[in-house]
Design a binder for this molecule. Sequence first.
Ligand SMILES: CC(C)(COP(=O)(O)OP(=O)(O)OC[C@H]1O[C@@H](n2cnc3c(N)ncnc32)[C@H](O)[C@@H]1OP(=O)(O)O)[C@@H](O)C(=O)NCCC(=O)NCCS
Length: 188
Amino acid sequence: MEALKKLGTERMEIQKFKPEDAGEVLEDLVEVLVDCVNRGSGISISFYPPLDPARARQFWLDKFEDVARGKRILLVAREPQSRRVVGTVMVEFPGVDNQPHRGDVQKMLVHGDFRRRGIGSALMKALETASLEAGKTLLVLDTLLEGDAEDLYLQLGWQRVGEIPYFVRGPQGQYATTVFFYKNLLEE
Ligand SMILES: CC(C)(COP(=O)(O)OP(=O)(O)OC[C@H]1O[C@@H](n2cnc3c(N)ncnc32)[C@H](O)[C@@H]1OP(=O)(O)O)[C@@H](O)C(=O)NCCC(=O)NCCS
């Protein structure tokens, strides 16, 4: 794996996933996704709790295939000593002729035991760098209104476009509003 960034205070390494790393990181990624969903963040990240680890595993295996096909970049945050993956984020490329410069940011996840230490921010900054290196200059994302991540994106200079009510639905049938953001990496 390629080391993209080391966090001074947390000594966490942000690395770009390569398909040959699959066996090394798969189970940690499963744990991060299951943890985030089962702690109650599921509505903002597509799944309802309790998330079956087998379903989470298949989710990541599909994403690994996308990486192998050049359809997305996946980053992982790892503890240098244990090598455990405690956070992740990825960007998917639309794959259409008229948007060769654009990416959709997805699944910004930090394990619940490791939050508020700057890992999410470091992952996003590293993803912006990796996207630029891949020739992607415009990134788009959406997140739950007043969810964990809204302030994080604002702090990193993302432009808040607006809200769509009733965009997602929770396990009890309740609707929630989604907020859309973009960042033009050429305006940094
Ligand atoms: C969102 C998430 C990735 C943030 O990860 P993190 O490592 O805790 O983020 P950081 O430590 O870099 O936080 C940076 C800033 O974002 C804001 N922030 C982060 N978590 C927040 C929360 N739960 N509530 C309010 N603001 C929050 C704060 O301003 C924070 O700065 P501060 O700690 O100095 O106050 C993490 O909470 C998570 O995995 N949540 C569940 C999954 C999810 O909702 N992902 C977003 C999908 S779009």
